[in-house]
Structure formats: C-alpha cells, structure tokens
Ligand binder design. Structure first.
Ligand code: UDP
Length: 325
C-alpha cells in the first residue's frame, strides 16, 4: 500500500515507517519536527520507496497533496508527553484538534482511509479496570491542564467517528497504552527512558507521587504490528481499539527498582511530589490497564515483547552511541 504517516519522524511514526518499508509499502512522512527528529528517519532515506516532507499538517496544500498520493493515512502527529502538555496547553489543544480536523477534511475529499492515534489518557480517572473501549470516560476539571490532552484526543475520536457515520469516510481509532522502546526520548517526560538514563548516569531515579500508580508498557513493535493489521482489516473501520499489553502491570516504584536491577545501577530512588514534577494540583491516573478482547478477536493480537525484554532493549539503546538525551 501507499501510506502517509503524519508525525512520521517521531518515535512511533519512525518505527511504523520502517515496518511498512520492510513490507514493501510506499511511505510518505509528514512531520514538523516539533518532537520528532531527522535522526529517527535517517536510515529510511536510503529506500527508494520512502519520501519525507518537513512541514505541519496544518499546511493545507502540502497535506492535501500528500493525502492524494496515498491509500491510507496514519495520523500520529500530535502533542505528546505529559510534561509538554502541562507546559504548553494551548499548543496541545490546537495541534491535536486542528491537525485532526485538517487530516479528516482532506482525506474525505477522496475518501482515503484514516487511522487516528488516540490515547489511553481518554479513560481519565476511571477505576473500571481493565479499560474497555465502550466504557465511560472520566475526566478531571478543565482547571487541571492535564485533562486537556485527553479531551483534545476525545474530540479527535468524536470527529473521526462522525466522519465515518455521516460521510462514510473509512476511519479507525486506536487508543495507545504507554508505548515504549528504543528511540523514545525522555525529553517529554516519559518514564522508561527517563529512568534508564538516570540509572545509567548514576543519578537518582525520580519517582513521581508515592510510586503506587501503575502502568502497562507496550513494546513499540507490538503497537506497529497492530496498527498495520488494523489499517488493512476491512472490519476495523468505524471502530475504536485499545492497543496495549495487559500482562505486565507494574507500579512506578517497582519499575524504578526493576530498571535499577537490570542496569546494575547504584542510583538512589527519589520520591518527587506531583506538584514539583508537573504543577500544583496535578492529578495522575492511578491505574491504567487495557482490555484487549476486541483487538484479540479481530486481528489475533498478542503482545510479544514483555517488560524485562523491553527494558533490556531500551537500556541497550541508551548504551549505544546513537542515544541522546
Ligand atoms: N513518572 C515518574 N517519573 C518520571 C516520569 C514519569 O514517576 O521521571 C510517572 C508519571 O507520573 C506516571 C508514570 O510515571 O505516573 C508514567 O508516566 P509517562 O509520562 O511515561 O506516561 P503517562 O502514563 O503519564 O502518560
């Protein structure tokens, strides 16, 4: 197939581009390098089936032309990372809402399939774990910046599903659960690259809150496999799917211990209040576990890479020359 990946120079986008090229697909990347980087796509440039454009999805003529050339759009361009979101809420809301609006409007002209990357953040403070796609979303108040991310992504989902219902546009929505792996930078606050870097440098591992909050980390390769399978499965259209790993739920404090053990680091573990880490009154999600029934049933999905292996691959990445802060 011919695919456009918005945000294709990002961590997930560049892994997806690599996988599509390996399948023999033609890949176009559109990225404004806000959080992505040219290094991520450097090795892909050698392929004659790879093209990239450094620009914003908000640039209508550029995005329109790229969408015209492809069969499917993987819309991954978005403001990501809790730290970035708390620091730049205006940019988060505008990027996420207007970017998706633009992609859907242009894709609709030629009825090109769009896969929208949403997030497990949309489940918010819900304690009905594991999270099912048809569950209620429980967001905090608008005075707490964190929830603007979930809300902006929920709007993206509504808009995508509305295009499908009202205009018959083939749209698939995916909710990603803490995707991790090599090339993810710690710059925007993501916990695994941060802990690994801290451990390797002998710095304290900064656990936010009391560390009892849990997450399920999903290997980027497993996510990419699911994205490709969903984009090519006719029955995925018009639906929302969780993509995650339901086997390795771990508290952030236990994660810090695990990273220390696997790096053989002597670093201390330091508890940092949420107020200090993010902003006063910051609310975290206490637990986040995906229900994967829908994904398993449709595409036979099973996460292949589990936490220790994920950590070892991330550690190897940061130990290699290529790793940067
Ligand atoms: N976290 C932490 N130390 C860090 C970065 C993050 O304790 O240096 C915590 C964060 O508060 C959250 C969890 O780790 O509870 C996962 O954070 P991340 O930003 O990776 O993803 P989130 O699940 O918040 O989207």
């Amino acid at each position: 197939m011919k695919a456009l990946i918005t945000g294709g120079a990002g961590f997930l986008g560049s892994h997806l581009a690599e996988a599509l090229l390996a399948r023999g697909d033609e890949v176009y990347v559109l990225d404004n390098l806000s959080t992505g980087s040219i290094e991520n796509i450097e090795p892909l440039k050698a392929s004659p089936r790879f093209r990239y454009t450094i620009d914003s999805v908000m640039n209508e003529p550029v995005t329109a032309e790229l969408i015209d050339r492809v069969d499917v759009v993987f819309h991954l361009a978005a403001a990501v990372g809790v730290r970035l979101i708390v620091e730049s809420p205006v940019n988060t809301i505008e990027t996420n809402v207007h970017g998706t609006e633009m992609v859907l409007k242009l894709a609709n002209k030629k009825k090109k399939k769009v896969l929208i990357a949403s997030t497990s953040e949309v489940y918010g403070k819900s304690d009905t774990v594991p999270f099912r796609e048809d569950a209620d979303l429980v967001l905090g108040p608008t005075s707490k910046g964190r929830w603007s991310y979930a809300c902006s992504k929920a709007i993206d989902e509504f808009l995508g599903l509305a295009y499908h219902k009202e205009k018959r546009l083939p749209v698939v929505v995916v909710r990603l659960f803490n995707t991790v792996g090599p090339r993810q930078t710690g710059r925007y606050g993501m916990v695994i690259p941060n802990f690994v870097k801290q451990a390797l440098l002998g710095h304290p591992l900064t656990v936010f809150g009391d560390g009892s909050q849990t997450r399920c980390f999903t290997y980027v390769g497993d996510v990419v496999g699911a994205l490709v399978a969903l984009a090519t499965h006719p029955d995925a259209v018009g639906q929302v799917f969780n993509i995650g790993n339901d086997g390795d739920e771990i508290s952030i404090l236990a994660l810090a211990e695990r990273v220390k053990a696997r790096t053989r680091s002597q670093s201390p573990i330091e508890l940092v209040t949420y107020d200090k880490a993010y902003e006063a009154g910051f609310e975290d999600m206490p637990r986040r576990v995906p229900d994967l029934t829908k994904l398993r049933t449709l595409i036979g999905y099973e996460p292949q890479v589990h936490l220790d292996e994920i950590l070892d691959r991330v550690i190897a990445f940061f130990e290699s020359d290529k790793a940067r802060a």
